[in-house]
Ligand binder design. Structure first.
Ligand code: 5GP
Length: 113
């Protein structure tokens, strides 16, 4: 059996987080090592490994995660932000539980490194 990830432990309350939002399907919390003045993550409670593992039935959930992240951005009065989903080790994914990064509060460079 696969080991639970840190994010599964956050979902089940074993590890604390700086929570911004929670409902039956998702959780949003501040990143422990922020890469911008604002940096939070939105994750599904369902332990999906990555975007690669998503299936048709995850369609509504994926949209929900984006809208939850957008609503938090509005609550924070953000006008501009970057949304990132790393998929696979070479992209920089380090936690193998799907998560959407929301970053804001600084000038972002493009292309990303
Ligand atoms: P990835 O590199 O997989 O796209 O992003 C994983 C993110 O999770 C990183 O930005 C990292 O700082 C964050 N992270 C790792 N462990 C923890 C933790 O225990 N709590 C929180 N809040 N964030 C974490």
């Amino acid at each position: 059996m696969k080991q639970p990830t840190i994010f599964s432990k956050i979902v089940n309350g074993e590890i604390p987080c700086d929570k911004l939002f929670e409902d039956n399907n998702c959780l949003a919390f501040n990143d422990i090592a922020p890469q911008a003045p604002v940096h939070y993550l939105v994750i599904p409670k369902k332990p999906i490994i990555s975007l690669l593992s998503c299936i048709e039935e995850d369609q509504n959930l994926l949209g929900h995660l984006l809208l939850v992240g957008k609503n938090i951005a509005i609550d924070k009065n953000l006008k501009s932000w970057r949304t990132v989903i790393n998929t696979g080790e070479e992209s920089g994914q380090t936690i193998f539980h799907l998560h959407i990064h929301f970053l804001s509060g600084k000038i972002m460079k493009w292309p990303p490194g």
